[in-house]
Design a protein. Structure first.
Length: 271
């Protein structure tokens, strides 16, 4: 199991005390992520976990391509109209606060929001999040229940060339595995691809010997650097990105991802 990094000093990651620590991004280019804890657990979070794990609160994968905080709040109240008010109200307020922090930090009025309830799978291995050219580069992720996002210490990464080689190979294997699974084939090339995927995820080739995979504290929102998509696959410094992945297994989770909106984007809608 990946260790919770709450009490671990990790290069490039600031364990903040308040949301104001997110402002450190502007002054410290070596920061790749800031973890902001929520404080003590609240009853609505426990109620939310019960609803999501029990399948009584389901949000299909949804993308709001370009929304203001108020537009998102209106959408969220509608999407959660059938959830208990004791859970829905605090949840909408909490998500809106994450959006507000991203908007204030990036000094933009609109963001892209992805939201879903889903059990972890091997769909999302280690990666870096990208943004369109010339977009601001700070976004956020919050996992409201269940296993949280896993990440690696930048000092443990051999280099971005090694990382992108790992990413390219994993994407090829993932496509093979999904293709075979979709065709209903047994014992075909996709089965071997899945075995390779598991091996790659267990021992990522881009990490130094002895490196460990870390896990975001369960009560934290992560504000982190995205990468201009034009630099993706290039040998940029490791400090420019936060290398992370979804957990590989566990119960259904509610995940909120906020990123800078493209400068020209479609109207809000489901994705």
């Amino acid at each position: 199991m990946a260790p919770d990094s709450r009490n671990t000093a990790v290069a490039g990651v600031l364990h903040g005390a308040t949301a104001d620590d997110v402002a450190r991004f502007a002054d410290d280019p070596s920061l790749s992520a800031v973890f902001v804890p929520d404080g003590r657990p609240e009853a609505w979070l426990r109620g939310l976990a019960e609803l999501v794990v029990g399948g009584r609160l389901v949000i299909p994968r949804t993308t709001l391509a370009s929304v203001t905080r108020d537009e998102f709040t209106d959408w969220a109240h509608t999407a959660l109209a059938h959830a208990p008010a004791a859970v829905a109200g605090p949840l909408v307020d909490d998500m809106a606060a994450v959006l507000t922090r991203v908007v204030d930090t990036t000094r933009t009025g609109r963001v892209m929001v992805r939201l879903f309830t889903e059990a972890p799978t091997r769909r999302c291995g280690f990666h870096v999040d990208t943004v369109p050219p010339q977009s601001t580069t700070i976004g956020a992720v919050r996992v409201y229940n269940g296993p949280t996002t896993e990440y690696v210490d930048g000092k443990d990464v051999l280099g971005m060339g090694e990382f992108y080689a790992h990413l390219a190979r994993r994407e090829r294997l993932s496509r093979r595995a999904r293709s075979t699974a979709g065709a209903g084939e047994a014992g075909g090339p996709g089965e071997g691809a899945l075995d390779e995927l598991c091996s790659m995820d267990e021992k990522p080739s881009f990490l130094r010997p002895g490196a460990v995979v870390r896990r975001v504290p369960s009560d934290a929102t992560v504000f982190f650097r995205h990468l201009d998509v034009r630099r993706h696959w290039s040998p940029h410094p490791v400090a420019d990105v936060w290398i992370h992945r979804s957990p590989m297994h566990g119960p259904a989770r509610l995940v909120l991802n906020v990123s800078p909106a493209p400068r020209v984007a479609a109207s809000p809608g489901r994705g």
